[in-house]
Structures are given as structure tokens and as C-alpha cells.
Design a protein around this ligand. Structure first.
Ligand SMILES: *Cc1c(COP(=O)(O)O)cnc(C)c1O
Length: 403
């Protein structure tokens, strides 16, 4: 006898299979970009790993007790990070906002319901001035969204022990430490010193490690809470992770009764992130690295020896297991770094390079978000663009916009 539910499930399965084979970009008039830029929100973050996609699809049509699903996610996070507990929210920015809220309110529900009104709560958050970055939005605003106030420590050129030590006062709620290529990279307090000074006066430390591959090191080196993006190197859905001290993680989770409501994740993102974290545990890091190194070698060969271009492979500035190819564009080439980056982005297919430092005369090529065959397409587009008439001679389709 025909089972209507089984029949429907099979039809749904077929629909899913054909859906996955579609290129929505072509259907919806969107450009099929190749990402040689890295993990960028503006380009769609990262390629989601198959385990994450499968888990999202499998959970999408089912009911589940959300608290119980959160518990599963928390256990996986704890296992991977070595933390006592973990919690999932909408993004790393949300994770930072809710972590700061957590240290201010603890588990007091009335205080949670009253945020961003912080009457009666300690609300100063210490951040080294060289760590007050922007990632499309400012870290300061992300922290202050909770009702907290940022108190910058030191100057843009550096901070010293006493500047942090003596900034701590009766209104200090916590301190935030950022690990990123975007921070000032010299003259600042390191994580160990930062934690030692804060902990000596009972101040918890939150580490923003949104883009860092190291899931254990920051907690081991003293952080009370650490936050990550689920959609960057982990290849999960758009989501954010809080990991660390059990009492603080619980207080962060309780914020979903307050300001966290608009930052919540649903069943599909929870399932997808769990899938991504499990895949991360099993991933063959050496094979990934080898593929990336092959792409770098190909691009280096493609560009080496061209007049006016200098190329060199550089390690990631914060120590992630990843290298990039730096392309220095000198005037003899007839190009500027900005114009060459724009020409690549205007090409067919568009190649998006890591172009936030073109004012210094270079861009980088990042191999960590490529599909099979795309390294070769990037090399071909580099050759194609460099063969175009140089911009001074009026190469079409180029603009000179700083991004
Ligand atoms: C990307 C990033 C963020 C924001 O992460 P989202 O998950 O996109 O909110 C915060 N801090 C740093 C250092 C980042 O690189």
C-alpha cells in the first residue's frame, strides 16, 4: 500500500536534490563571484561544509525542544573548546553583546529584562584603544548595545600595565580583548598580562576570537569567555559562539529573555552549527592546507617576474594555519593595486581579492574559500586583466573607489 508520508518525503527529497543543483545567482541575476578575499561577511562569509547543510535541511521541517537542542550544541562546544559550557547566538557580534550583558546582570532575571537600562549595575568595559576595531560595525557599539560603556585603555600606539591596572574601578564590569589582524599589532598588552591584571582585581575577561582557528588556546591562557563566528573558518551557518565559565555562559543564554531575543538562532542554525563543529573535529587539516598551498604556488608562478609586480607568500598575521599571496603593485606595472583589484572584480567571472590595504600599494590573494577549479580561474583572470590596456590608457569598467 502506498504510504502518503513516505511518498511526500521522497518528493521532498527530490525537490531538495534539484534545489541544491541550482545556481540561484544565475536565476536571480546575481554575479557568480570567486572569493580570493578570505572569510568576508560582504561576500557571504564562507563555503558551508556539507555536514552543516545536511543538518540544516534535516532539521528545517521538524519540531524540536529548543532548550534541549541548545544543550546538545553546548556540549559539542564544550568538547571542542575545553570550556565548561557553550551557547549559540546569531553572530559573533551578538555573542560579544550578550557576553557583556552576562557579566553585568549575572542570572538576575529582572536586571536581564531591564537592559539596556543598567541602573544599579557595574557597566564599564575596559578595552585597549588599539583593539577598538570595526568589522563592518564598530566593536564599541557592539559592546554598548547591552547598555555598557566602553572605557578605552592606553593610546592608539600602545598600552601599559599601569594604564589597565589603574583604569579598573568600582564600576568596572569586565574587559574585552580582541584577537584579529585588524587590531594594532604592536605595543599592546598580550593576553596573559591582560588577564593577570584583570583577574588580580576580580574582573572577568572576554576574548573576541571571531576569526581564529584556535578553539582552546584563549581559554587556556586565561579568558573567562571567548566568542567565535560560526560562519567563518568553521564553515557553519551564520551564528556566533560563546564558550567559557559555566555561570557566565548561563547568564549569556538567559539574555534571550531580554536583549538576546532579537539575536536568537533557530533550530536550523543550531543544527547547522552542530554539524559544522562535528565536521571540524574530523577535518583533514593537512589536506586543506596542501590544497591552499597549491593555489598560492600557482598564483605566485603566474605573477612572478612580471614588470612592476612583486609577490610573496605571507603567513597569517594572528597565527592561523593559513598563508596568503601578497601582490605589491608598483608604478612600472602601469597599474595601481586599487585599479587592478577593481579590474579583477569587474571581470568575467568576478574575482574578489583581499583589498582593504590597497592604499599601501598591495592586495592579497586568499586561498581558503575556493571551490575546485577556482584557483586556476583566478590565475587566468590575473593574466587576462594584466593583458588589458593599463588604466592610464583608459581601460574600461574601472573605478577608483576605496572600499
Ligand atoms: C568578523 C568579526 C566579528 C563579527 O563577527 P560576526 O559573526 O560576523 O558578527 C567580530 N570581531 C572580529 C575580530 C571579527 O573578525
Amino acid at each position: 500500500m502506498a504510504d502518503p508520508i513516505a511518498a511526500r518525503t521522497a518528493a521532498d527529497g527530490d525537490a531538495l536534490a534539484s534545489l541544491a543543483a541550482r545556481d540561484l545567482r544565475a536565476e536571480w541575476g546575481l554575479r557568480p563571484i570567486i572569493n580570493a578575499s578570505g572569510t568576508m561577511t560582504l561576500l557571504g562569509a564562507s563555503i558551508m561544509v556539507p555536514e552543516a547543510i545536511a543538518a540544516m535541511v534535516a532539521m528545517a521541517g521538524q519540531f524540536v525542544e529548543i532548550e534541549a537542542l541548545h544543550r546538545v550544541a553546548g556540549e559539542v562546544i564544550a568538547e571542542l573548546t575545553g570550556a565548561e559550557a557553550g551557547f549559540v547566538t546569531a553572530s559573533c557580534a551578538s555573542a560579544i553583546t550578550l557576553s557583556v550583558a552576562a557579566v553585568m546582570t549575572g542570572d538576575r532575571l529582572l536586571a536581564i529584562e531591564r537592559l539596556p537600562d543598567t541602573t544599579g549595575l557595574r557597566r564599564e568595559v575596559l578595552v585597549q584603544l588599539g583593539h577598538l576595531v570595526g568589522y563592518g560595525a564598530s566593536l564599541q557599539q557592539t559592546i554598548e548595545l547591552s547598555g555598557a560603556r566602553v572605557l578605552p585603555v592606553g593610546t592608539i600606539s600602545g598600552s601599559r600595565d599601569y594604564q589597565l591596572e589603574q583604569a579598573i574601578g568600582p564600576q568596572t564590569a569586565c574587559a574585552v580583548f580582541v584577537v584579529s589582524h585588524m587590531t594594532v599589532q604592536h605595543g599592546l598588552l598580550g593576553l596573559e598580562a591582560f588577564c593577570r591584571i584583570c583577574h588580580a582585581q576580580g574582573v572577568p575577561v572576554i576574548v573576541d576570537a571571531a576569526s581564529e582557528y584556535d578553539l582552546r588556546g584563549f581559554l587556556q591562557r586565561g579568558a573567562d569567555l571567548v566568542t567565535y563566528s560560526g560562519h567563518k573558518f568553521l564553515g557553519g551557518p551564520t551564528s556566533g559562539i560563546v564558550a567559557g565559565r559555566r555561570d557566565l555562559v548561563r547568564a549569556a543564554a538567559l539574555q534571550n529573555r531580554g536583549i538576546g531575543r532579537g539575536m536568537k538562532v533557530g533550530k536550523e542554525s543550531l543544527a547547522g552549527l552542530i554539524g559544522a563543529l562535528r565536521a571540524w573535529q574530523r577535518r583533514d587539516a593537512a589536506a586543506v592546507r596542501q590544497r591552499e598551498d597549491e593555489a598560492l604556488a600557482l598564483w605566485q608562478q603566474t605573477l612572478q617576474g612580471r614588470p612592476g609586480l612583486q609577490v610573496r607568500i605571507l603567513p597569517d598575521p594572528t597565527g592561523n594555519p593559513l598563508s596568503r599571496l601578497r601582490v605589491m603593485v608598483l608604478p612600472e606595472s602601469g597599474w595601481t593595486a586599487r585599479r587592478l583589484a577593481d579590474a579583477l572584480a569587474a571581470g568575467q567571472p568576478p574575482v574578489m581579492v583581499r583589498d582593504y590595504q590597497t592604499d599601501l600599494g598591495f592586495f592579497d590573494l586568499d586561498p581558503c574559500n575556493l571551490h575546485a577549479g577556482e584557483a586556476q580561474q583566478v590565475a587566468a583572470q590575473l593574466q587576462h586583466c594584466l593583458a588589458l590596456p593599463t588604466p592610464q590608457a583608459g581601460c574600461p569598467g574601472q573605478k577608483d573607489v576605496l572600499k
